[in-house]
Design a protein around this ligand. Structure first.
Ligand code: RP5
Length: 162
């Protein structure tokens, strides 16, 4: 079995509705991945262990989604140099703006690449991970180009009401 290339972690099973959009993209591109709940405030030791093991496991990116005071992406980034792609999960109280601010405002020195709130962010984080992997994988590069072309064709075929 291939080593895991991309880990998808989230703070709660309630984040799955959002984070499944990342997993669908990784599946579509045939990327070896795993998805797990790793809660920053409820499982801090597990979170650190996950991040500390990432380099040794050969992971190329970690997609981390969380909502509210969303520490998970930043704290994972604090414990590994594997690139962390953060997905702000939409919340009931503040519509995910809380999650976005928590993830995007990393102090200088420990980056988290931050994506849009919700499903679009989850899908785009996975597409970004694919693009990173495609730099070293010509077949994956061609697949990504074809994926973009399909969007171009779909947009060209769009019609508007008369
Ligand atoms: C965060 O708290 C999770 O990422 C989730 O978005 C939010 C709510 O979690 P649950 O109360 O639904 O488990 O840790």
């Amino acid at each position: 079995m291939n080593p895991i290339q991309v880990g998808v972690v989230m703070g709660s099973s309630s984040d799955w509705d959002t984070m499944q959009h990342a997993v669908h993209i990784l599946k579509e591109f045939g990327i070896a991945h795993e998805a797990k709940v790793v809660s920053a405030h409820r499982m801090p030791d597990d979170m650190f262990a996950y991040a500390e093991a990432a380099v040794g496991r050969g992971m190329k990116a970690i997609i981390a989604g969380a909502g509210g005071a969303a520490h998970l992406p930043g704290m994972i980034a604090a414990k590994t140099v594997v690139p962390v792609l953060g997905v702000p999960v939409q919340t009931k109280a503040l519509s995910g703006v809380d999650s976005l601010h928590s993830i995007v405002q990393m102090p200088k020195g420990v980056p988290v690449a931050t994506f849009a709130i919700g499903q679009a962010g989850a899908a785009n984080a996975a597409l970004f991970a694919v693009a990173m992997l495609a730099n070293e994988d010509p077949a994956l590069h061609l697949k990504l180009v074809a994926y973009r072309l399909a969007q171009t064709e779909a947009a060209r075929a769009m019609t508007l009401p008369a």
